[in-house]
Write a protein that binds this ligand. Structure first.
Ligand SMILES: [Zn+2]
Length: 441
């Protein structure tokens, strides 16, 4: 039996029951302030012992809450990213990146306050007496412990307040982020609507794209502009896409956001993207590319293409790549930074990051220490994703050609395309040498 959308949505909502929100932070913060109010009320060793017990209890609660939050971090982020419980590759990199980011951020905020509370100026009387080996009375011991407290309490409580502000700030930022992301996550909506429409000569089925969320409305608009662009561009450079390789489309809001697209044999699934219309054209052309590759290309053509892509790989020195990669920079940021000045290197780094799961420069350095500097990169890369396999390389080449134009594809790649599809791919000679320009995503 297929579970109803409503039931699925309920299950999701239960799953997102993250035991941590803005109210949890407020509770921790209030208890913390209450506790600190007692700092100046301590007038005896007994008072101090009570305060220290209360501080320990609070600290245990604080520690437990944050540890619990960190344990659930991966699942929570998975949900807010995808709206799904089931794991799929689409999000692997992004998911890992976010988990790492928030884990580090929350820990950095949490730890100093936790340790500050552990070091409240106090000593149990028995320990103190033992330490002095019976040379002093209990009264003297209590007085000494209290004197030390009086001396250090201001410094201690002020430091605790400072560290607390940092801890709340990190937790606040995380909770806000989760809230914002969750609003944009598709399957939280209870019902999915299905309707069919003709868009620019394409049969499009819209699934779960209704409702009054702005995100969907603007996605549908961009998608429609993207189809018009796709149609216009395909007619010029690859008319096959409007003939034998034309499949019905589905725009699905129930598959999570930013999942790109899927070729499913008889139709193509496109997910709402947080990107301009040209990117829709890229994704549609990419998925249609799978259809061309699997149904239309001859065995010889595929063999040529695969051989061409494979022989293009060359050995590179990771040290040289790292020299261009800034300290602390994420792989997606290095791609953006180098896109216009050194697109080849940018795409090589993107490809390596995807292949080896490098979220940041640090991961690449760890790789270098473990496996040495030898890496293999395409000399004329198409996109980072294209390094996945030779079929994806073909689809990315078609995707960029149609979405962003022949200037966005290296002339050598264009040349190979015209070898395997001599009558189908049409590229003006004058634009063949224009690379390298990477259209920013
Ligand atoms: Zn693909």
């Amino acid at each position: 039996m297929t579970p109803s959308p409503v039931r699925i949505a309920r299950r999701y909502l239960l799953a997102v029951n993250v035991p941590f929100d803005a109210a949890s932070i407020e509770k921790l913060r209030k208890d913390f302030l209450m506790l600190l109010k007692n700092v100046d009320r301590v007038s005896s060793y007994e008072d101090l012992t009570k305060l220290r017990t209360a501080a320990r209890t609070w600290n245990d609660h604080y520690d437990g809450s944050v540890q619990n939050l960190l344990r659930g971090l991966s699942d929570t982020i998975w949900f807010v990213l995808t709206g799904e419980m089931k794991y799929n590759d689409f999000y692997a990199d992004q998911h890992r990146g976010w988990v790492k980011h928030w884990d580090a951020k929350i820990r950095a905020g949490y730890w100093p306050l936790h340790t500050e509370f552990m070091s409240l100026p106090y000593e149990p009387l028995e320990l103190w007496l033992d330490k002095w080996d019976g040379r002093f009375s209990a009264e003297e011991g209590k007085a000494s412990i209290l004197a030390k407290w009086e001396r250090d309490k201001k410094k201690w409580s002020e430091k605790a307040k400072r560290e607390a502000r940092k801890a709340w700030a990190a937790l606040d930022e995380y909770v806000t982020w989760v809230g914002q992301r969750r609003e944009g996550t598709a399957p939280v909506q209870e019902m999915k609507e299905v309707y069919q429409q003709d868009v620019d000569g394409f049969s499009v089925t819209f699934v779960g794209m209704e409702g009054d969320h702005d995100y969907y409305r603007s996605a549908v608009e961009k998608f429609k502009v993207g189809i018009a662009h796709y149609r216009e561009r395909a007619a010029k450079v690859f008319p096959l896409l409007l003939g034998p390789a034309k499949l019905p489309l589905q725009l699905r809001g129930d598959q999570g956001i930013d999942c790109g697209g899927k070729y499913e044999g008889r139709h193509i699934v496109i997910c709402p993207l947080n990107a301009p219309p040209k990117e829709y054209a890229h994704v549609i052309a990419h998925e249609m590319g799978h259809h061309v590759y699997q149904v239309y290309l001859s065995g010889d053509a595929k063999e040529f293409w695969s051989a061409a892509i494979r022989q293009d790989y060359a050995e590179a020195d990771l040290n040289e790549i790292l020299a261009e990669w800034r300290e602390g920079e994420w792989s997606m940021d290095v791609l953006k930074r180098l896109a216009l000045t050194d697109p080849i290197l940018a795409l090589q780094i993107d490809g390596l990051s995807r292949t080896h799961d490098w979220g940041s420069r640090e991961d690449a350095v760890t790789y270098l220490q473990k496996y040495g500097p030898k890496v293999h990169v395409p000399t004329t890369p198409i996109t980072g994703y294209a390094t996945k396999n030779t079929e994806e390389a073909f689809c990315e080449a078609i995707g960029r050609l149609v979405g962003y134009g022949s200037r966005a594809v290296h002339p050598l790649i264009l040349h190979w395309l015209t070898i395997i599809l001599p009558r189908e791919v049409k590229i003006a000679k004058s634009t063949r040498q224009a690379f390298p320009v990477l259209s920013p995503p």
